[in-house]
Design a binder for this molecule. Structure first.
Ligand code: PLP
Length: 372
C-alpha cells in the first residue's frame, strides 16, 4: 500500500452514489449493489398490518431498538449492549468520527466515500492509502499517527476481501488506533462467519464492526444497519445517535428479515451462481475490459485503453444503469461498477457490453441471444 495525498478542498462529486436521484422504474439498475431477491415476502407481509394498524406510525418507536438488538446479539453471540442499531449503516458511519473525534484518519482507497465525508465533518485530517497493484489487493500497512483507520470488507467498489488472518493481528498490534471495519457486503457470502471479525471482537478493544441490513434485505427506502463493538465502544457510539432514529417499520422489517432463513440460503445460492457466471462471462471481454477479481456481489471493471467512450451512456440509452466509478479516489474514467442481478439481467448486461465494446462482432454470438 502507498500513501497518496488527499485533495483539499474535497470536490462534491466525490460523494455521488449509485442509484441516481430518481431512477426510472423500468431501468435495470446495476449501479446499486442491492439483493435482487428482496425485500423478503415475509417482510412485506409483516409491514402491511403494521402500517394498517396505525400504531407503528402514530407512536414513537422503541428508541433502543431493543428486540432487534437482542436478536442481532443472539445471532452474533455477543451481549445486546454491544449492538448499536442505526438508520442505515450510514448513520453509524457518520456517528463514529463524531464520537471519537480523531485528529488523523487513514482510509484504504478506493472505497466508500462516506468514510471521508464523516471524517472531514468531524474535523479530522485524512490520509489516503492506495493498493500498489492493478487488482487492488488489500495489505496491512503502518497506520503511523492515524487515530482511526477505515476498512471495508469486502471492499466497495473493488470487491476485494481482506484475509482475516492478516486483519486480526494487524488490528491487535495497533491498540491505540481505532479500526472501523465495514462488513456491509459480507453477509452475501455463505462463508461470512469465516471472514467476519465479529467473532472474538471482545479480544479487540480497538475495533468497531459496521454492517448494513439495507443491502442484504433490499431495504434502502426503510434504512437499517448496526454496529458491534466492545461494551465501552458501543456505549460511546450509542450516545452519539439521534433519538428514535430507527423508525418502527424498519425495526419490524429487520426482525422479520433476520428470522427468514430460507431467504438467506436462497441469497447465498444466488450469490454463488451469479458471481461465478458473471466472472466467466465478463472474462470473454478480456482485452477490452479487465475484471477486478471480486469476492463480493458486484464487480469493478476497467475499460481497455482503446475504449474512448465509456459505455455508461450507451448502456443507459438501453435502459441499463451502471455505476460510473470515476469519482472514487484512486480510480479514473476507465472504471465502472456493476452489481449482480438475476441470471436473465446479468446476461442482458453482458450482451450489451459485448455490443458496446465489440460492435464489429454483431449480435451473432451467444450474447446476442440475450438481446433479442
Ligand atoms: C460499503 C458501504 N457501507 C455502507 C453503506 C450504507 O448503507 P446503508 O446506510 O443503506 O446501510 C453503503 C452504501 O452504498 C456502502 O456501499
Amino acid at each position: 500500500m502507498r500513501r497518496i495525498s488527499g485533495s483539499s478542498p474535497v470536490p462534491p462529486h466525490l460523494f455521488r452514489h449509485g442509484g441516481g436521484s430518481a431512477p426510472s422504474n423500468r431501468a435495470l439498475d446495476f449501479s446499486t449493489s442491492l439483493n435482487p431477491l428482496g425485500p423478503p415476502a415475509s417482510v412485506l407481509a409483516a409491514l402491511r398490518p403494521a402500517v394498517a394498524g396505525g400504531d407503528a406510525i402514530a407512536r414513537y418507536p422503541d428508541a433502543d431498538s431493543t428486540a432487534l438488538r437482542e436478536h442481532l446479539a443472539a445471532l452474533h453471540g455477543v451481549s445486546p449492549r454491544q449492538v448499536v442499531v442505526g438508520n442505515g449503516s450510514s448513520e453509524l458511519i457518520q456517528a463514529i468520527p463524531a464520537a471519537w473525534r480523531p485528529r488523523r484518519v487513514a482510509i484504504v482507497e478506493p472505497t466508500y466515500t462516506e468514510y471521508l465525508r464523516a471524517s472531514l465533518l468531524a474535523g479530522a485530517a485524512v490520509e489516503h492509502w492506495l493498493a500498489e497493484d492493478e487488482t487492488f489487493s488489500l495489505e496491512p500497512f503502518e497506520p503511523g499517527g492515524a487515530d482511526l483507520v477505515w476498512l471495508c470488507n469486502p471492499n466497495n467498489p473493488t470487491g476485494r476481501l481482506w484475509p482475516r488472518a492478516r486483519l486480526r493481528p494487524w488490528i491487535a498490534t495497533h491498540p491505540r488506533t481505532l479500526f472501523v471495519l465495514d462488513e456491509s457486503f459480507l453477509p452475501f457470502r455463505p462463508d461470512e462467519a469465516e471472514h467476519s471479525l465479529v467473532g472474538g471482537i471482545e479480544m479487540l478493544g480497538n475495533l468497531v464492526v459496521v454492517c448494513s441490513l439495507t443491502k442484504l434485505y433490499t431495504l434502502p427506502g426503510l434504512r437499517l444497519g448496526y454496529a458491534i463493538a466492545g461494551l465501552e465502544q458501543a456505549e460511546r457510539l450509542r450516545a452519539q445517535l439521534v433519538p428514535w432514529s430507527v423508525n418502527a417499520l424498519a425495526q419490524v422489517a429487520g426482525l422479520v428479515a433476520l428470522r427468514g432463513t430460507p431467504f438467506l440460503s436462497e441469497t447465498h445460492a444466488w450469490f454463488l451462481s451469479e458471481s461465478s457466471y458473471m466472472a466467466e462471462a465478463l472474462e470473454c471481454l478480456k482485452g477490452n475490459l479487465d475484471v477486478i477479481p471480486s469476492q463480493a456481489n458486484f464487480f469493478l471493471l476497467r475499460l481497455g485503453e482503446a475504449i474512448s467512450t465509456c459505455p455508461t451512456a450507451t448502456l443507459s440509452s438501453h435502459g441499463i444503469l451502471v455505476r460510473d466509478a470515476s469519482n472514487f479516489i484512486g480510480l479514473d474514467a476507465r472504471y465502472i461498477r456493476v452489481g449482480l442481478r438475476s441470471r436473465e439481467h446479468n446476461r442482458l448486461l453482458v450482451g450489451r457490453l459485448h455490443q458496446c465494446l465489440l460492435p464489429e462482432r454483431g449480435l451473432e454470438d451467444e450474447w446476442g441471444e440475450s438481446l433479442r
